[in-house]
Write a protein that binds this ligand. Structure first.
Ligand code: CTP
Length: 398
C-alpha cells in the first residue's frame, strides 16, 4: 500500500481551514503513514496541538525553542518522505518564497529534500493579489507542488473565486501521486471502463445489471495516484469522480464500444472493468409501453463484444486487461476468455462467493496473466484489489 511506513511531515499554518487538516492527518494515519505535525504559532491559535497529537499518536512540534524543537527542522527535513503544508496561508507562502527561516516550519521547508506539496487557503482577494500570485510562481519554479485552492464557501461567506482549501481527500490523492512519482505508470495513458451499461426498452424502462462501478473507479483512482494520465469511461453510477481523472459518461454498450474505440489509439493500458449489457431489446419502443396492453414478450439481440471489437484497433504494446465474473469453474473460464479476447491479464472472480463481485466494497479475485502466472488474492477491499491489479500490470509493462 502506498502509504504504509511512509513518513509525512504535515505543516499547518494559521488559517481557518486548519480544521480540515485534522481530517487529513487522520486519513494519512489510517492509510499507514507516520505523520509528524508541525504547527506555526498562528495555527496553534486555531487548532490545539493536543488534537493533532490524539489523531496521529505522535508529539506535535510548534517551536524551535521548546521540547524537541532544537534541530528538529533538520531531523524532520531529512527523515520525511514527503512534506505537506495544509493550509498554506498567504503569509506562509510569502515567507517561503523569500527563503525566510523564522520558525520551525519555514526552517524545515528550507532544509527539506523530500517533495513538498502545499494546499493554499486564503481570502479570495488575497489569493488574486499579484504579490501572492508571484510568490506562488516562485514556489512552483523551485519544484514545490500545489493543490487548489478551489472555488467555494470561505469563512466570510460564499465566493465565486478560488480561495477555499482543497478537501482532505483531494490533498491526500495529490500527495500519494507525488510520493509515487517516477513509477512505471508515470505519464502512461491508462483507459479504465467502469459500471454497467443500460439498454432502453422504451423511454422509461431499461435493461441493465448489478454492476456498481466501484472496482473500475478504485482502479482509475489508484492509477492516477501512480502517475497515470487516466481516462475513465463510465456507465451510469452514482459514484464521485476520482481526483485528477477525466470522466467520460456513456449509457449503452454501443456507446461504450465507440468511446473505447476512440480512446484506444492513445492508450498504453486498457482496463475493461465495465460490465456491458450483453443483450438489448431488438425493437425498443419510441413511446412508453402501457401495462394495460397485457403480457409482453421481449425479443433481445446480443450487443457487440467491446473487447473483441478492439482487436483490429489495438496498437502493439497496449497492455490489455479484462475481467471475468463467473459462476462456474471461474479460473478455467477466465483462461478461455484471456485467450479468446487476446488479453495480457484477466481478473477473475466468482459471482456467487460472499464478499466478491457486484454491489460490495470487497472482492476476492484471481489474476491470470498471458505469461501463465496465476495469483490468488485474499478477500480485500476494492482499493487494495485495484493496487494488486496495478502492481501486476506495472511488473509487466515494457
Ligand atoms: N466485455 C466486452 N463486451 C461485452 C461484454 C463483456 O468487452 N459485450 C468485456 C468485459 O468488460 C470484461 C470481459 O469482456 O472485461 C469479460 O466479460 P464477460 O461478461 O465475462 O464476457 P462475455 O464475453 O460476455 O462472456 P459470457 O459468454 O460469459 O457472457
Amino acid at each position: 500500500m502506498p502509504w504504509t511506513g511512509r513518513h509525512v511531515v504535515l505543516g499547518v499554518s494559521g488559517g481557518i481551514a486548519s480544521y480540515k487538516s485534522c481530517l487529513l492527518a487522520r486519513r494519512l494515519v489510517e492509510r499507514g503513514a507516520r505523520v509528524d505535525v508541525v504547527l506555526t504559532r498562528a495555527a496553534a491559535e486555531f487548532v490545539r496541538p493536543l488534537t493533532f497529537e490524539a489523531l496521529t499518536g505522535r508529539p506535535v512540534l510548534s517551536s524551535i525553542w521548546e521540547r524537541d524543537g532544537a534541530l528538529a527542522h533538520v531531523r524532520l527535513a531529512h527523515a520525511a518522505d514527503l512534506v505537506i503544508v495544509a493550509p498554506a496561508t498567504a503569509h506562509l507562502i510569502a515567507r517561503v518564497a523569500q527563503g525566510l527561516a523564522d520558525d520551525l516550519l519555514t526552517s524545515l521547508l528550507l532544509a527539506a529534500t523530500a517533495p513538498v506539496l502545499i494546499a493554499p487557503a486564503m481570502n479570495d482577494e488575497m489569493y488574486a493579489n499579484p504579490i501572492t500570485q508571484s510568490n506562488l510562481r516562485a514556489l512552483t519554479s523551485r519544484g514545490i507542488s500545489s493543490v487548489g485552492p478551489e472555488i467555494g464557501g470561505l469563512a466570510e461567506g460564499p465566493s465565486e473565486r478560488p480561495g477555499r482549501m482543497s478537501e482532505p481527500e483531494t490533498i491526500a490523492a495529490h500527495a500519494a501521486r507525488l510520493l509515487r512519482r517516477g513509477g512505471p505508470l508515470a505519464g502512461k495513458r491508462v483507459v479504465v471502463t467502469a459500471g454497467p451499461t443500460r439498454e432502453s426498452l422504451d423511454p422509461v424502462r431499461v435493461i441493465t445489471n448489478r454492476s456498481s462501478g466501484r472496482m473500475g473507479y478504485r482502479l482509475a483512482e489508484a492509477a492516477w495516484e501512480r502517475g497515470g494520465d487516466v481516462v475513465l469511461i463510465s456507465g451510469p453510477t452514482s459514484l464521485v469522480a476520482p481526483v485528477g481523472v477525466a470522466v467520460r459518461r456513456i449509457e449503452t454498450t454501443a456507446d461504450l464500444a465507440r468511446a473505447v474505440g476512440e480512446a484506444l489509439p492513445a492508450a498504453d493500458v486498457l482496463v475493461m472493468a465495465a460490465a456491458p449489457a450483453d443483450y438489448r431489446p431488438a425493437e425498443p419502443s419510441a413511446t412508453k409501453r402501457s401495462r394495460g396492453d397485457g403480457a409482453l414478450t421481449l425479443a433481445l439481440e446480443p450487443t457487440e463484444d467491446v473487447l473483441a471489437s478492439t482487436l483490429p484497433l489495438r496498437k502493439a504494446g497496449t497492455f490489455m486487461v479484462g475481467f471475468a465474473l463467473e459462476t462456474g469453474d471461474a479460473a478455467a473460464r477466465g483462461r478461455g476468455k484471456l485467450a479468446r479476447k487476446a488479453l495480457d491479464l484477466i481478473v477473475v472472480n466468482d459471482a456467487l462467493e460472499p464478499g466478491a463481485g457486484f454491489e460490495v466494497d470487497t472482492n476476492r479475485v484471481t489474476l491470470i496473466a498471458r505469461d501463465g502466472a496465476e495469483q490468488v488474492l485474499p478477500l480485500m477491499d476494492k482499493r487494495a484489489v485495484a493496487d494488486a491489479i496495478l502492481d501486476a500490470i506495472e511488473a509487466r509493462l515494457g
